[in-house]
Design a protein. Structure first.
Lengths: 1032, 502
């Protein structure tokens, strides 16, 4: 969206600009003070950043609407009086005033907008000057984000905004990260922020189909006062994404391409070699068991991480054309991205196109349209890492001439060289050749772990279409009416083939699943905007209504009864063993209004209200009101600071707002859509040999269910010191969320296990700090640093009758979480490790892997001589307390270098992977009940803090080194800009000493009440890439 | 909504055209009126914000006809059938009787896991934890069945009297069946005899003593026996209710009533299948009194236990494998039943598998394949069969007498009938308690009777202690009751007490 050139007379900003100019641009040519009559002046506008001519810079005679823009070589000419003041403006650069003197030729250098105070910030249904904000809004402009070699735009935001935590919870190519703005405030309801693309609320999945090259900026609305304009859906913050518009001027073509190579970060602890086990056993026992000898004989000693983390590459090409004239501008971007992930079989391809056109029909009427189809094709890693990595190191993937000789021919007469090797193949081996010892070393009947992944083929194909049209009518100066009709359509096709060799049962387990998901979302918004400066009063207001519908459909069918992999169609199935379809809808109806008021350029106030109606709630609770108020005071505008040299800008602000949340995530779409109704779904049962229809209740209705609400108070301070040398902000926030939408566990004696309720209160509070410094800035060298830090504390304040409730994720391996008031929403719960069980008491300490017991002695905390529930305690918290990043950028002549370190501290993880990998839940690694002392003090490790590990990390997230070819050279060959660069991602990734896995961010998706469960997970990806940016 | 939006757009386009033609019109007024029109659009917003669900039925519109009530009745059997975990891998589904063998047969001396792995092994070696997921699953499943039955009982009003009686009988049978299993496995349990709300925590977490639970069971089964006939084998029937009540009365020590009930069933037209194999591979045969139906190759209505009992065909490496003790007694006393009770595992010849309920047949034994995909097995699960009733008849008569042995001709006849079918034709002149227990063990092996038989015969502690010490397990008397699931204890805020020993 373009910004009106108003507010320019804001003195503080002007002073600031001038100071920066004086500091940084001593070479700026000065006009003479002699006055003359009308004359023609000509000149060239160049950029201070790269010295290149700037195209399309608006030059306006101050106080009038007359002016011009620079041409393709940055030139302009204008007839003006001497003594006139020219105003130059260009997005991303500081607005400049220039006094016309005697000279008829003036060359002006535009300064990039370092302090960003004049920057227009998108605030939802409008824009505001950054200096006039009264809430906590962070803006990230896509300056070089499109050069980070990652497939998803949300991953690029890691470390860019304080208070925003983005964790790579899944590591597959194309998989979504978990995003939390200022902590987790909801329980069952989604705690993900709301995503808005060019004004349209989209589901979070859209982040997977956007292309970074299309994006102009991200605005993150963090406090409730800012996000309250999105009312019910703003409770967990809002990420506004603005795509690029065309600009007036000659059409510019941009080509951005990169190619990168990816590898996985592996874990040394997760490689158990036969050799290590043998050495440990030899050291302990002085001899090797038959099993160990046999394992050595097979001659394979594999790290399964090497097998399933096969490395990958990433390729991205994007071509765009942008341009326009006075009336019309357009932007087209075509992109292709291919991420061949680091896991076996994972692969993600994305094709996207975005077309935007804006035009003015007349002075009063303008309209525009944009359309953006995208298609993604994702092959999944159809397995789970813990399941594969727990395989023994001696197992080959395929039989070769050597391994085939160990096969138990009585049971497996047909196994050949080249077939997948199964552990059972190696059973009953006559180790001494005399029948004296038939050795079994198998630990599972499963098929080869590589086969499980390679012989399955699971794909998601998503087609998404985003479209939007608007028309705007200028009713009078400052007052506009805008109507927007927008929508998105998503079609997802999923197929999953489980092949002949994917399962130990062979053909009996071949299965094809086909699923189609369709989602149509339409929005109609109609609103007035009013923007006016009257004397010292400045008003920016909006008032409107919006209606929204979401329609979802899903169909799926499962075929079985195949005898080979030849025909992978439903037609070829001999049995349709399952089929289903489902439809549901959500609707919204809203009223919204906001007034931003500025008095005398120093006193700011904003008042907003949204009234949202949602189909999710029952008749009595459909509507929620979400008001917000915020005020600000630009202290640096006061006389006592105005002449001051240290503070260029100082603003104190405080905001208060109420937002909501209605996004349920119970795992059942029908319950999520109609929770106020008691729903029955069809089921079947076999009676009298026939399948008969039945109806079963799927939920406990809650007609009183209502909006979850969050009340947030956020004082903040924005500052800029020393002529722009240091700028930044400090925030404190306290967000109390109550009436939480909770899918609360209830006694199964009710016939159900969960019921939706509004219950409890959670508070997130913390500090945020953003500091940006311009360490060096001259013609040759620019060095900037930005430091971002946030601290969040999460506390369960009130949980009514559920206070102290204990839950598990996997009833089979039921490690516990407690939801206890005074602590974070969820805490790990269990017994405290006292000491290890000496290996001599294990039945077999060196099989299947070496030297690990699955049990441990625990502490009798209350000293009553028995280990029971009363000895359990809180073992840790899954939520990070402190996250930070520090980014440095340097440029020297044509070279530029930037790097970002980013870290997270204070969270713990329940690393279930350890238990799977270290002892396989195998009974040979149980203690021997006949010999082990103090057995009543022994518990399985999964119920203790043995597997609670520090999830802190420090990563070198991004590093990029680029070179810009000299403009002289480029102009000769017709290029505007050419840059090549080398970039790296996660080249350094440090974790805590006691963390054994390969990705402390990887967390199985569960409810916030049982957060932090890792079952090996997927690895951190390291990428090294090479790219080019061309403009012509 | 969409239509309204388009209308607005059309207005807007019309307005734009007009504007170009006539710049003097007062458009601002027009737009403001348009906006106000938009506000009046909210007049239909009530419907707009209350779309009816199309893929589910709102309960307030349901249970208004007899047919709908019958859908609720069928739903009870769906609850007992449980979800096939191999078709839908969500562990939080109710697996109901598909998991029952873990809690019963594998806690007896009949079966064990093949490779003593994971939480399944806790059953055979008597180290069950309160967090055991299978125990949690069973408790949850059976209270869910009770809930489904209570829903039927609370909506009987919509059916005409004759059908209402039938449905009432079925619901009461199902409820009693569920409670009978719960009370034997867990001891005192919460008594839920109506649909309860989430906030009624005192009902949910108050353990009611077994005597009171049995009162409900007996009264439900008496009503069921009165209200039902013998139309169905996979739905509740009169004989089913009587046979189940007979077992309840044997458990409670009311032997003469048990005897009367058995004799009533014996006069209802059931008979022993001539071939033992056909009991399990000819569904709906004349011996079956009550069975749980399944159908092959259907993800929603098949079962997984048949696959789990094989070597690594199901989710596990193999469970419910035959113990050496069970093999020995089958070899000794099984007659022609032995071959159709267990077999050697072809893949691991030192191990033995159950032959009853094979999903994929056994050509050597002349058993055909039931399902093309063994993990989607269609073998029905037999809850009550005639041989069980005949042996209960013997038990009732013996206990009417000295409780140690019997020579009562009626008892001998029932006992002989079972042995004759097994090819053990030698005439029996006296049956001791031990004979009867062994006969029940070999006749009903792997049908989830053994553990309850040991309890009812009062020998569970002795037999299982010996079995445990022979196998290096550690058994104590408190292992006869399962733990109340830790999940429930955790949710109860201290209201719910745990069984001793956990």
């Amino acid at each position: 969206m373009s910004v009106k050139l108003a507010n320019y007379s804001n003195n503080s900003v002007w002073t600031l600009c001038l100071m920066v100019l004086l500091l940084c641009l001593p070479l700026l040519s000065q006009g003479s003070t002699n006055r003359a009559a009308v004359k023609q002046i000509t000149g060239v506008v160049t950029s201070a950043e790269d010295g290149l001519p700037m195209i399309g810079v608006t030059i306006r005679v101050k106080g009038t609407s007359s002016g011009t823009i620079t041409d393709t070589e940055g030139r302009f000419s204008l007839d003006v009086d001497e003594g006139t003041i020219l105003v130059l403006s260009y997005t991303g650069f500081r607005e400049q005033e220039f006094l016309v003197g005697a000279s008829t030729t003036i060359n002006i250098v535009m300064e990039p907008n370092v302090a960003t105070l004049d920057e227009a910030v998108v605030i939802g249904y409008g824009t505001s000057k950054k200096s006039h904000l009264t809430g906590a809004i962070s803006k990230v402009t896509n300056k070089d984000l499109d050069q980070i070699p990652i497939a998803r735009v949300d991953d690029a935001l890691v470390g860019r905004v304080s208070g925003v935590n983005i964790a790579a919870t899944e590591g597959e190519a194309g998989s979504a990260p978990t995003i939390r703005i200022r902590g987790t405030g909801s329980m069952v309801a989604s705690s993900s922020p709301l995503i808005v693309v060019d004004g349209l609320v989209v589901d979070n999945d859209f982040l997977g189909s956007l292309d970074m090259n299309e994006i102009e900026s991200f605005e993150v609305l963090k406090d409730a006062a800012s996000s309250a304009i999105y009312g019910s859906r703003g409770g967990n913050g809002v990420i506004l994404i603005t795509t690029k518009d065309g600009k007036e001027g000659k059409t510019k073509f941009t080509l951005n391409s990169y190619y990168g190579v990816k590898t996985a970060r592996t874990s040394d602890a997760y490689y158990f070699s036969v050799a290590e086990t043998a050495a440990a056993e030899m050291a302990a026992n002085g001899e090797l068991s038959d099993r160990t000898r046999y394992k050595q004989l097979i001659g394979v000693d594999r790290d399964w991480q090497d097998e399933i983390f096969d490395g990958g590459s990433i390729t991205s090409h994007s071509l765009s054309a942008r341009g326009g004239n006075k009336k019309t501008n357009f932007s087209v971007t075509m992109s292709y991205l291919h991420d061949e992930g680091v896991l076996l079989t994972d692969d993600f391809k994305k094709y996207s196109l975005r077309l935007k056109v804006n035009t003015k029909l007349s002075d009063r009427i303008s309209f525009g349209a944009s359309i953006a189809p995208s298609y993604t094709d994702r092959r999944r890693f159809d397995g789970s890492t813990h399941d594969i990595l727990r395989q023994t190191p001696w197992l080959p993937v395929y039989h070769d001439e050597n391994t085939i000789q160990f096969v138990d021919r009585n049971v497996y007469p047909d196994v050949q060289v080249g077939d997948y090797a199964l552990q059972r193949h190696f059973d009953n081996y006559d180790l001494y050749g005399d029948g004296s010892a038939l050795v079994d070393i198998s630990n599972t009947s499963n098929t080869n772990p590589a086969a499980k992944v390679l012989e399955r083929n699971r794909n998601d194909y998503k087609f998404k279409l985003f479209g939007s049209t608007y028309a705007q009518y200028k009713i009078m100066d400052g007052l506009n009416f805008r109507t927007v009709l927008s929508g998105d359509f998503q079609n997802t096709e999923q197929d999953r083939w489980q092949g002949l060799l994917a399962h130990r049962n062979g053909a009996a387990n071949i299965q094809l699943d086909l699923t189609t998901l369709t989602n149509i979302h339409l929005v109609s918004e109609n609103y007035f905007t009013y923007k006016k400066e009257i004397g010292k009063h400045e008003i920016n207001a909006v008032l409107g209504i919006a209606a929204e519908t979401f329609d979802f459909k899903a169909n799926s069918v499962t075929g079985t009864g195949y005898d080979s992999d030849l025909l992978q169609t439903i037609t070829a199935a001999t049995t349709i063993s399952g089929a289903s379809s489902i439809e549901y809808e959500n609707r919204f109806f809203s009223f919204f209004g906001r007034v931003n008021y500025v008095f005398d350029y120093k006193y700011l106030a904003s008042l907003s209200l949204r009234r949202d109606g949602s189909s999710i709630f029952g008749p009595d609770n459909k509507y929620g009101n979400f008001p917000a108020v915020s005020v600000g005071w630009i202290i640096s505008e006061e006389d006592f600071l105005k002449e001051n040299d240290i503070f260029n800008y100082l603003k104190l602000r405080i905001s208060y707002g109420l937002t909501g949340n209605n996004r349920l995530d119970t795992g059942d779409d029908l319950i999520d859509s109609y929770p106020y109704l008691a729903l029955l779904n069809s089921t079947t049962a076999v009676v009298d040999g026939n399948v008969s229809a039945a109806f079963n209740a799927i939920n406990i209705a809650n007609p009183q269910l209502k909006w979850e609400r969050s009340i947030e108070i956020n004082p903040g301070l924005d500052f800029e010191f020393l002529g722009g040398f240091i700028g930044g902000s400090v925030e404190y926030y306290q967000r109390a969320s109550d009436q939480l939408l909770l899918y609360n566990p209830i006694s199964s004696t009710t016939g159900f296990t969960e019921a939706l309720v509004n219950l409890g209160k959670v508070e997130n509070r913390g500090f945020e700090l953003e500091i940006r410094t311009n360490n060096v800035r001259n013609r040759n060298i620019v060095w900037t640093t930005s430091f971002i830090a946030s601290r969040n504390e999460n506390e369960l304040i009130d949980f009514a009758d559920s206070d102290g409730q204990i839950q598990n994720v996997d009833s089979k391996r039921a490690a516990e979480w407690i939801n206890l008031e005074g602590n974070p929403i969820s805490s790990y719960y269990g017994w405290v490790v006292d000491r290890d069980i000496p290996l001599e008491f294990l039945k077999d300490a060196y099989h299947p892997v070496g030297g690990e017991a699955q049990d441990v002695y625990v502490k009798d905390l209350n000293g009553d001589g028995v280990i029971d529930d009363d000895d359990k305690t809180i073992l840790g918290s899954p939520y990070p307390e402190f996250i930070w990043s520090i980014t440095n950028t340097f440029s020297y002549r044509g070279f530029d270098l930037s790097f970002m370190f980013q870290g997270s501290h204070g969270a713990e993880i329940r690393n279930m992977g350890d238990q799977y990998l270290f002892n396989h839940f195998n009974s040979s690694q149980d203690f021997d009940p006949a010999t082990t002392p103090d057995q009543e003090f022994i518990k399985q490790k999964i119920f203790t803090n043995d597997i609670i590990q520090d999830a802190s990390y420090v990563a070198l997230r991004n590093v990029a080194l680029g070179y810009n070819f000299s403009p002289e050279l480029l102009t000769r060959i017709g290029f505007g800009r050419a840059r090549v660069y080398l970039a790296g991602q996660n080249l350094l990734y440090l974790t805590a000493d006691n963390y054994t896995g390969f990705n402390p961010e990887s967390i199985n998706s569960t409810s916030p009440t049982t957060w932090g469960y890792q079952r090996a997970g997927s690895p951190i990806q390291k990428t090294v890439s090479f790219g080019v940016n061309l403009e012509f | 909504m969409v239509r309204a939006s388009f209308k607005w757009l059309l207005h807007l386009i019309g307005f734009a055209v007009e504007y170009i033609n006539n710049k003097t019109m007062k458009y601002s007024i027009f737009i403001i009126s348009l906006f106000l029109a938009g506000l009046t659009f909210t007049s239909c917003e009530k419907d707009f914000l209350s779309p009816d669900p199309t893929s589910a039925v709102s309960a307030s519109n349901f249970f208004t006809t007899e047919k709908q009530l019958e859908a609720g009745v069928v739903n009870m059997y769906d609850g007992i059938q449980g979800v096939n975990i191999l078709a839908d891998t969500d562990v939080n589904n109710n697996h109901s009787i598909q998991f029952e063998f873990y809690l019963t047969e594998m806690r007896s001396d009949n079966t064990r896991t093949k490779s003593s792995e994971g939480e399944a092994a806790q059953f055979e070696n008597y180290s069950i934890e309160a967090t055991n997921g299978i125990v949690t699953d069973y408790y949850r499943s059976f209270y869910n069945i009770i809930y489904r039955a209570n829903v039927v009982l609370e909506n009987l009003g919509v059916a005409a009297s004759k059908d209402a009686e039938r449905f009432e009988g079925e619901a009461k049978f199902v409820r009693a069946y569920a409670y009978f299993n719960l009370v034997r496995l867990f001891g005192d349990v919460p008594l839920v005899d109506r649909v309860i709300a989430p906030l009624e925590t005192s009902v949910q977490f108050t353990r009611v003593n077994t005597a009171q639970i049995y009162e409900l069971i007996v009264s439900d089964l008496r009503s069921a026996a009165d209200l039902l006939d013998d139309t169905y084998k996979t739905r509740a029937s009169k004989s089913g209710a009587q046979a189940l009540l007979a077992k309840v009365q044997l458990t409670l020590g009311n032997y003469s009533e048990a005897r009367t009930l058995c004799e009533s069933v014996m006069n209802a037209g059931f008979s022993l299948e001539p071939e033992f194999k056909d009991v399990f591979y000819s569904e709906g045969n004349s011996e079956v009194i009550f069975a749980i139906g399944y159908i092959s190759d259907d993800s929603k209505d098949s079962q997984n236990f048949s696959a789990e009992w094989l070597n690594a065909v199901g989710r596990t490496a193999g469970v419910n494998y035959v113990t050496d003790e069970a093999k020995a007694i089958l070899d000794e006393k099984g007659g022609n039943r032995t071959a159709f009770s267990y077999r050697q595992d072809a893949l691991q010849p030192q191990q033995n598998q159950v032959v009853k309920y094979l999903p994929n047949g056994d050509t050597d034994l002349g058993i055909g394949s039931v399902s093309s995909d063994p993990t989607l097995a269609g073998n029905d699960w037999i809850v009550l069969r005639y041989a069980d009733v005949l042996l209960m008849h013997v038990e009732a008569i013996m206990n009417e007498g000295n409780g140690v042995s019997t020579t009562d001709p009626a008892a001998l006849a029932s006992f002989q009938a079972v042995r004759d079918r097994a090819g053990l034709m030698d005439a029996v002149s006296s049956v001791t308690k031990e004979d009867l227990l062994d006969e029940r063990r070999v006749e009903l092996a792997f049908e989830n009777h053994r553990f309850f038989d040991l309890l009812r015969f009062g020998v569970a502690s002795d037999v299982l202690s010996e079995f445990a010490s022979d196998n290096g397990y550690s058994f104590s008397g408190t292992d006869l009751l399962l733990p109340i699931p830790q999940r429930e204890i955790g949710l109860s805020n201290g209201l719910l007490s745990q069984n001793p020993g956990y």
